[in-house]
Design a protein around this ligand. Structure first.
Ligand code: AMP
Ligand code: MG
Length: 350
């Protein structure tokens, strides 16, 4: 698929690998990397290994997995999840592709862990706001009563009934949208696929959400976190070993009306877009958990995030509020160098 300028800009969202930072200690860098367009964004897989043929064939396997996952897990394009959502709305059960079952089980656990702020059962609300679309809608906002009624019907992962491979929902308002979680799962699986081939120094960038393993020729990977309110890099993070760096933000996807922005992350309690946080970056060895956590902490907002982070067992979080002020945990602070000076920096223990 041809890539346009917007696609390249998309890769700059969230975070990116910073070139040329850090000195190589000992080993010479032999990076093999491939770019692909999948999950509606640019994806970059890089492997540090002397055998470039092996690296290329492993990257091709990762690319095939990504294409398959995109089709199977997409919330609003034809595929298994779409069929399942149609069955929920009609009060029917549906036999899902077996590989979806562990995802649903894990997403249910993670939704509970987040106190319901991450809620992949609110696909109906996400769709009502018009975010199940490649292009953001420009017209009038959805009616307040419709949003309130859908939020009051409280769709939850706990409404699901799984019998063998058949899944149904007690609540017809449940519509699954794994958009806040599936990137993390895909990143974890990509690193697993590479590791199974003995490729343990790698970086996968899925539209600004990254997972790394090992190091870059003896030095940490240097990840740039994009400034959520301007152009360029806010901070550089040094990471090594198996780690994910996931950013959620209100600046990535939003619609505008009457001079106001309505971002794509929805507070399940009200059905309204979460507007008080510019971005949250979470570092965690488990990319799926980090993905869920970043989404949940955007919903939690600039005060409640601390309790939610504690409940989710997070120790590395950076939050930028609407005024550009940064709050971060001590462990995050220890690996962060600011490239652009934020309005304020506070270190907050969780
Ligand atoms: P992320 O970029 O990981 O924060 O995911 C954002 C996407 O997750 C949105 O585009 C929606 O598809 C979906 N989403 C929005 N709000 C929520 C929420 N509160 N819980 C779970 N998924 C959500
Ligand atoms: Mg997420």
């Amino acid at each position: 698929m041809p890539l346009n300028r917007r696609d390249f800009l998309k890769l700059g969202l969230g975070a990116c690998l910073l070139p040329g930072l850090g000195l190589s200690l000992g080993r010479a860098a032999t990076m093999t990397s491939e770019e692909m367009y999948v999950f509606g964004t640019l994806v970059d897989v890089g492997v540090e290994h002397g055998d470039q043929t092996l690296a290329r064939s492993a990257i091709a396997a990762v690319a095939r997995d990504f294409q398959w996952q995109n089709q199977a897990w997409h919330a609003w394009k034809p595929g298994g999840l779409c069929e399942l959502n149609a069955a929920f709305a009609a009060g029917r059960s549906y036999e899902v592709e077996p590989s979806l079952l562990p995802l649903l089980a894990e997403a249910t656990e993670l939704a509970r862990l987040s106190g319901g702020l991450f809620n992949p059962a609110i696909g109906g609300l996400v769709g009502l706001w018009g975010f199940h679309n490649d292009e953001m809608p420009s017209g009038a906002l959805p009616r307040t009563e419709r949003i309130a009624a859908l939020a009051a019907s409280a769709p939850s992962m706990d409404d699901l009934i799984v019998e063998g491979n058949r899944v149904s929902s007690r609540n017809p308002a449940v519509q699954l949208d794994l958009g806040g979680y599936a990137k993390g799962v895909a990143l974890d699986r990509a690193l697993d696929t590479l590791a199974a081939q003995g490729l343990n120094n790698a970086i996968v960038n899925l539209g600004g959400n990254l997972a790394v393993s090992g190091d870059k020729a003896g030095s940490p990977w240097h990840i740039g976190v994009r400034h959520p309110q301007g152009q360029g890099v806010l901070a550089a993070l040094a990471v090594s070993g198996r780690t994910a760096v996931i950013t959620s933000g209100s600046y990535e996807r939003y619609r505008e009306f009457g001079g106001q922005r309505y971002p794509h992350i929805i507070d399940p309690r009200t059905g309204q877009p979460a507007q008080h946080v510019a971005s949250v970056t979470v570092i965690h060895p488990d990319a799926a958990l980090a993905d869920v956590a970043a989404t949940a902490l955007v919903v939690a907002g600039p005060e409640a995030w601390v309790d939610v982070a504690r409940g989710m067992g997070l120790s590395q979080v950076m939050l930028v509020d609407g005024a550009g002020r940064v709050q971060m945990t001590p462990e995050m602070a220890a690996r962060t160098s600011f490239v652009t000076r934020p309005a304020a920096i506070a270190t907050v223990a969780v």
